[in-house]
Design a protein around this ligand. Sequence first.
Ligand SMILES: [Zn+2]
Length: 242
Amino acid sequence: MRRSTALLVVAVLAGLLWTSRSNPTDPAAADAAPAAAPPPAAAVFALDTVVFDAGRCADSGYLCEGLAAEGESRAIRWPDGTPGLSVRVPLPEGVDPAVADELQRQAAAGIREWQGRPLPLTLLPPAARDQTADVEVHWVRSLTDDRVGQAAVRWRVGPEGAELAVLDFVLATHRPDGTPLDPHRLRLTAAHEMGHVLGLPHSDHEDDVMYTFNTATRLTFRDFRTLEVLYSLPAGALVLTR
Ligand SMILES: [Zn+2]
């Protein structure tokens, strides 16, 4: 691997937890922390730097808080020129066929919540395997550590500029205690993980779909505003706050 592609590789792992609001700071239930970022290489790649003062942060949803909380000060997002993302949500196995159909439908609907903000999203047919999707969703019966969903992306600067790739997108059909995840919760979980795929950090407010815990009832203005500001920044820009 050439040096230019080996530098500045950041893997972001994030999960959505199923838990009550009563113990969000329980260390045993802490959400996945992003992998430690290597030293910034802005001097090598001449990446942009943007400075957010308090007023700009206040008008940027939870972008400043999210980047600070996850120790990642980069505007990690799909680069300009990305034509859109294709997504495949297969039918989950091991559940009643009618339930599987509903879960697939709700997961796809959750992902579509971000449609055109700004990337066009194309949901491929669940069973079609003749097309490669940018985002392949995988189902599991349940996850460990109170999780109900999980996503991982890899971001790096290569010879062609900023690159982003989806490493993992997992949805659980059941909560960690074995009870089925209801379709509405699943829809919000899928929206949360797709938010990570688009580059969003966690919110610091329980009403937002990007909050660490599964407490939102819908996507909020703050969710959409944070994504809008993220995509107004140069891909990979260093975000400084003062
Ligand atoms: Zn998350």
